[in-house]
Design a protein around this ligand. Structure first.
Ligand SMILES: Cc1cc2nc3c(=O)[nH]c(=O)nc-3n(C[C@H](O)[C@H](O)[C@H](O)COP(=O)(O)OP(=O)(O)OC[C@H]3O[C@@H](n4cnc5c(N)ncnc54)[C@H](O)[C@@H]3O)c2cc1C
Length: 394
């Protein structure tokens, strides 16, 4: 069959699920990725704000793959969509019949003055588990003063992650009875981009007592010597410790044709079919695409299923569905949306938090056996439909 050789670029959530689905199907799958280890990125929060060990959330990519997947541990430098091949940093040429790009987003710490110095000094919870360990050392060492979380841009993985960091750090300082306040610097006029959900969040932040949020704050620079974040209007916010969310860009792969990427390097896809530009033998899923939905593991997961079905010949479409739990220490809400529906306001609940914990424990098995876990995920998606959640929902 002409479509037998499938090349998958990137061994994160989306790439591993797509590889396993297609290998089970009998396709000849090669997965090329630049890291031997897959790390569960949401766990950066548990490392940075609870001091959990990174090893708990890391697995070798090889151990997560179906035995028939060929794994190549190299960085892809070029993808030629016209001539159906990719080139790696070691100059290996990989021909394909179908390619699935799942290379995630790349993080940019250099477009804002002071951002990299701040990363080096305090750590963060976006770049690496090691940097999250560094942030935990910062948090643990902060006995009084102010911890600031700065959000310069809204195109980021898991849009509620800045709020999760705010709640989790504030919980830590409260439990430890430390005189430390947490301030979130957010670019929107409300504490979240959607006003209805923002009200839910603002109420919860008020209840905490040690959280403040400065809205419509556009970060211009960070003055690391004076320890202030400078806003575009000249306003200054002093901090004792700081975590800044980096800018997100597309993956660092040269693509032919160049116009298959947008100005930030994200790969242009048909938002429903996930095919790249006009190619019917090339797909992109997850964080590396310009699909107008949140950059989440759920989007990568559902994208992998959509592409698997399309390669099988089914007319599957991705609806933009995403789900990112926003957790406090012991409660959660689900920030859900799709192309048609915005996230809804709802009640924080302990049951939602429990559900989130269950999904964390199912994460690695669900990458290895995506079809076995599909009914569980479908039940989860049904239980978190916008019409089921909402202020009067569960
Ligand atoms: C703090 C935080 C909290 C989060 N919380 C949630 C949450 O609660 N729920 C949720 O759904 N999502 C959450 N996310 C987002 C989620 O982790 C990502 O959206 C998801 O990992 C995206 O999967 P992906 O497969 O597209 O990319 P990734 O998982 O990033 O994988 C990309 C892979 O491609 C590899 N790669 C990159 N470039 C190349 C190259 N040139 N050649 C070869 N390989 C390459 C990388 O090494 C990586 O292994 C969170 C993220 C963060 C940082």
């Amino acid at each position: 069959m002409a479509e037998n050789r499938v090349l998958i670029i990137g061994g994160g959530s989306g790439g591993i699920i797509a590889a396993n689905l297609l290998a089970e199907e009998g396709k000849k799958v090669t997965l090329v990725t630049d890291s031997p280890v897959h790390f569960f990125q949401p766990a950066n929060l548990f490392i940075a704000f609870r001091g959990e060990p990174p090893e708990k959330y890391s697995r070798s990519v090889n151990s997560l793959l179906h035995q028939n997947v060929e794994l190549i541990l190299e960085k892809v430098t070029k993808l030629d969509l016209e001539n159906r091949f990719a080139i790696t940093e070691k100059n290996r040429k990989l021909d394909y019949d179908v390619v699935v790009v799942a290379a995630g987003a790349s993080l940019d710490y250099d477009s804002l003055p002071g951002m990299r110095e701040s990363l080096n000094r305090f750590g963060d919870y976006y770049s690496t588990p090691q940097s999250a360990v560094r942030l935990w050392e910062t948090i643990r060492g902060l006995k009084k003063g102010k911890f600031v979380i700065g959000v310069p841009d809204l195109i980021i993985k898991c849009p509620p992650a800045p709020h999760k960091g705010t709640f989790l750090s504030a919980s830590f300082f409260k439990k430890e009875k430390r005189d430390v306040s947490v301030e979130l610097l957010y670019p929107s006029p409300h504490a979240y981009t959607e006003a209805e959900l923002a009200r839910t969040i603002e109420k919860k932040m008020e209840e905490f007592g040690n959280i403040s949020v400065r809205t419509s704050f556009l970060i211009d620079s960070i003055d690391v010597e004076r320890k202030v974040v400078v806003g575009m209007n000249g306003e200054e916010v002093a901090y004792d410790a700081l975590a800044v969310i980096p800018f997100h860009k597309g993956p660092k792969i040269e693509i032919n044709p160049a116009d298959a990427r947008d100005e930030d390097g994200f790969i242009k896809v048909d938002k429903n079919k996930l095919s790249i530009s006009s190619y019917d033998d090339a797909y992109a899923i997850g964080d590396c695409t310009n699909a107008p939905t949140s950059k989440t593991g759920v989007a990568a997961h559902l994208g992998a299923f959509t592409v698997w079905r399309r390669i099988r010949g089914e007319n599957a479409v991705y609806t933009g569905r995403t789900n990112c739990p926003m957790i406090t220490d012991n409660e959660a809400i689900f920030v859900i949306s799709d192309y048609e529906n915005k996230p809804v306001g709802q009640r924080f609940s302990k049951l939602k938090r429990l559900m989130e914990d269950l999904f964390v424990s199912m994460y690695f098995p669900s990458l290895m056996h995506p079809r076995k876990f599909e009914p569980i995920f479908n039940a989860y998606f049904e239980a978190t439909e916008p019409s089921v959640l909402g202020e009067r929902g569960w």
